[in-house]
Design a protein around this ligand. Structure first.
Ligand code: ARG
Length: 593
C-alpha cells in the first residue's frame, strides 16, 4: 500500500470505530495551500448525516481514534466546518527521501501480490502501412506494459497482428494480376525475384483498394483470393508467408524506432486452424445458434442486442471467432489473472459481447477481461487526423516530421547557449530523435485516454507546459548541475545514497520532497484504471516543484557545504525520478539538450 492508501485505510478504520457504515471510503487530498498541511480530508463532513452528529465533533473523535504516530503525522487540525488537515513529520519525510535516494527502485516496493497480465496492444492490420490510428494502442499499451512490469507484476505483451484478413487477399490479387496487365499497380519495374516487388506493398494495397471501390468484380476476386488463402491453397499460403515476412520487417523498423519490443507477435493467422472447432463447440454447448445460415451468439437477456457473429453464411469465420480462439489459447498458455485489450473505443460493443461469450464458454472465474479503450486522434479541424488530400497519415512520416521539427528546436536552443553550442551534429540528431518521438508519445499519454485529442506538433514540442520536451529539458537541467563534477563518478549519480536523511528546511525543498515521495501513488493510480496520464500529471507537477525549488534555493552556491550536498541529493533524486517516470512511458531522456 502506498502512503495515501495507508492513510485512507486508517481513516476508514477510525470512522468505523465511531459507527460509520462499513463501506466508508474516505477521500484524501493535498490542499492547494501548503500552509493547510500535507493532506486534507472531508471525512467528518460526509459522516455528519449517517452518525447524526456535528462534523467538528466527529473530526475531533476521528483524530482521537487515529494512531497519529504510526501515520507520521506531526499535527492534526480541524479547519472550517470540519475538515481535518494533517501535517507530516519533517524528519520522517527526510528519512523516506534518503531511503528513496539510496534505492535503485527509488523506494518503490514491488507489489505484495503480483498478478499475471497479458496486454494485447498495437495490433495493426499488416499489409497496409502503419498510420496515425495505430499510435494510441501502441503507446498506451507500451506504457501500461512497462509500468505493470516495474511494479513487479508478470506481464506478457502480445502484438495481435491483423495478418489474416482481406488486406492479404488484396495484395495477393494485386500480385497475381501481374505487371503485364496492370503495370500501374507496380510502381517499379519487375526484376528476377518477384518478391522484391513487395517493397511496394503499401502502394499495391492502396491501388487494389481503389480498384475494389470502383469495380465490384475486383472486390469479388479479392474475396476469392482471401477465401483461397483461408482454405489453405498452396500458392496463396506461400505468397502470404512471404508478404507477411516483408510486412514484419517494415513494422519492426517502426517499433525499433519507438524503442519497443513484444514478448509475442502471434497474430490472427496463428489461430486459424482452431476456428471451426470453436464454432462447433459453441454450437454443441448451445452458446451459439444458427440463424439464416450464419452462426451467432445471442444475448437473450437483452432483446435489443445484436448477436455476435462467429461464422458467416458463406462459411467464413470472423474477427470475433479469432478473438474467442485467442482467449482460449491465452488462458491455457499463460494462465493470466487479467487480459487487457488496448483498442479503439469503437470496438467496445465487440469486446463487451466477446467477454460475455468467453465467460459463458470458458467460465473464466477470477480472470479480469478489460477493454482499455481510447478516443480518436483529431486534426486541427476537429475531424480524424488526415493529410490535406484526405489520406490517412503514415506513422513513419509522422515520426519523421516530429524529429525534423525537434531538430530545429534543438539546434536553435543549442546555438543560443551563452557559452556557445555544446552539441555535435550527431548529438543533435540523437537528441532530436528522443525529443521528437518523446513528444508524440507524451502528447498521447498525457490525455485522459478516453477522450479524443488534437494532434499538434507545435503543442507537443513546446518547451513549456505539460510536454515531454519540458520534462526532458527539466531532466537535462538537473543533470547539468552534475556535469561540473559533483557527486560520484563525476556524473553525480546517487549522490544522496549514503545520507541518513534529507533536510527539508525551505518550503520549496519541502514541497519538492513531498512530491518526490508521491511517485508510488502515481504509479498505483496508472495501474488502478489503466491511465498513464496519472503519471504524466505527476511528472509535470514534479518538474514544476523542481523549477520553484531551483529558483528559490541556490544549489551550487548554497550557504554551507552540507546544505549544498543536501540540495544536490534532492536534485539527483528528482532527475532519477523524472528519468524513471519517462522510461515507464517509453520516453528517453538526454544528458544535454
Ligand atoms: N487488428 C485490430 C484492428 O486493427 C485490432 C486487434 C485488437 N486485438 C484483439 N484481440 N482484437 O482493429
Amino acid at each position: 500500500m502506498n502512503d495515501v492508501e495507508l492513510l485512507r485505510d486508517a481513516l476508514a478504520h477510525a470512522a468505523r470505530s465511531l459507527g460509520a457504515p462499513s463501506d466508508v471510503a474516505p477521500i484524501v487530498e493535498r490542499p492547494r495551500d501548503p500552509s493547510f498541511g500535507d493532506w486534507t480530508t472531508n471525512l467528518a463532513l460526509t459522516l455528519a448525516k449517517p452518525l447524526g452528529k456535528k462534523p467538528r465533533d466527529i473530526a475531533t473523535a476521528l483524530i482521537a481514534a487515529l494512531d497519529l504516530n504510526a501515520l507520521h503525522v506531526a499535527a492534526a487540525e480541524i479547519a472550517g466546518p470540519g475538515f481535518i488537515n494533517l501535517r507530516l513529520r519533517d524528519n520522517w519525510l527526510g528519512r523516506q527521501l534518503a531511503a528513496a535516494a539510496g534505492d535503485k527502485r527509488l523506494g518503490i516496493e514491488p507489489v505484495a501480490e503480483p498478478r499475471k497480465y497479458l496486454v494485447d496492444y498495437s495490433a495493426p492490420n499488416v499489409a497496409k502501412p502503419m498510420h496515425v490510428g495505430h499510435i494510441r494502442s501502441t503507446v498506451i499499451g507500451d506504457a501500461l506494459y512497462r509500468t505493470l512490469k516495474f511494479l513487479g507484476h508478470s506481464v506478457v505483451g502480445d502484438n495481435h497482428l491483423g495478418d489474416w484478413g482481406t488486406q492479404f487477399g488484396m495484395i495477393i490479387y494485386g500480385f497475381k494480376l501481374g505487371f503485364e496487365k496492370h503495370p500501374e499497380l507496380f510502381p517499379s519495374a519487375p526484376s528476377a525475384s518477384t518478391l522484391e516487388h513487395l517493397g511496394e506493398l503499401g502502394t499495391i494495397y492502396q491501388k487494389v483498394y481503389k480498384l475494389t471501390k470502383e469495380n465490384p468484380a475486383v472486390r469479388d476476386m479479392v474475396l476469392n483470393e482471401t477465401a483461397m488463402l483461408h482454405a489453405g491453397n498452396r500458392m496463396s499460403i506461400n505468397l502470404w508467408e512471404n508478404i507477411r515476412k516483408r510486412c514484419l520487417v517494415g513494422i519492426d523498423e517502426i517499433y525499433g524506432r519507438l524503442g519497443m519490443t513484444f514478448d509475442e507477435t502471434l497474430g490472427e493467422s496463428f489461430y486459424h486452424r482452431e476456428l471451426s472447432g470453436v464454432v462447433r463447440e459453441l454450437l454443441d454447448r448451445g452458446i451459439a445458434r444458427q440463424s439464416e445460415g450464419a452462426v451467432g451468439v445471442f444475448f437473450d437477456d437483452d432483446p435489443k442486442a445484436t448477436p455476435l457473429l462467429v461464422q458467416k453464411q458463406d462459411g467464413a469465420f470472423l474477427y470475433a471467432t479469432t478473438d474467442l480462439a485467442t482467449i482460449k489459447y491465452r488462458i491455457e498458455r499463460w494462465h493470466p489473472d487479467a487480459i487487457l485489450y488496448v483498442v479503439d473505443h469503437r470496438q467496445s460493443l465487440h469486446f463487451g459481447q466477446l467477454f460475455k461469450t468467453a465467460k459463458r464458454w470458458l467460465g473464466l472465474d477470477g480472470v479480469e477481461l478489460t477493454h482499455v479503450s481510447f478516443g480518436t486522434v483529431l486534426g486541427d479541424d476537429g475531424k480524424p487526423f488526415k493529410t490535406r488530400s484526405g489520406d490517412t497519415v503514415g506513422l513513419e512520416s509522422l515520426l519523421d516530421e516530429a524529429v525534423n521539427r525537434a531538430l530545429s528546436i534543438v539546434t536553435a536552443n543549442d546555438d543560443a547557449k551563452p557559452d556557445g553550442p555544446e552539441l555535435s551534429a550527431e548529438q543533435r540528431q540523437r537528441v532530436a530523435e528522443a525529443v521528437g518521438i518523446g513528444a508524440i508519445k507524451y502528447a498521447d499519454l498525457s490525455q485522459n485516454r478516453t477522450s479524443d485529442y488534437v494532434f499538434s506538433y507545435d503543442k507537443m514540442l513546446a518547451m513549456n507546459g505539460n510536454t515531454a520536451t519540458y520534462m526532458q529539458y527539466a531532466h537535462a537541467r538537473v543533470r547539468s548541475i552534475f556535469a561540473r563534477g559533483e557527486g560520484r563518478g563525476n556524473r553525480g549519480e546517487g549522490i544522496g545514497e549514503e545520507r541518513q536523511t534529507i533536510a527539508l528546511a525551505h518550503p520549496a525543498e519541502r514541497a519538492l520532497g513531498l512530491e518526490l515521495l508521491q511517485f508510488a501513488e502515481a504509479l498505483d493510480n496508472v495501474v488502478s484504471d489503466y491511465r498513464p496520464n496519472h503519471l504524466t500529471n505527476y511528472l509535470f507537477a514534479l518538474a514544476n516543484r523542481y523549477s520553484t525549488f531551483y529558483e528559490e534555493c541556490p544549489v551550487l552556491k548554497a550557504e554551507t557545504p552540507e546544505l549544498k550536498r543536501n540540495r544536490l541529493a534532492l536534485c539527483d533524486l528528482t532527475a532519477r525520478t523524472l528519468r524513471q517516470g519517462l522510461n515507464l512511458l517509453g520516453i528517453e531522456v538526454v544528458e544535454k539538450m
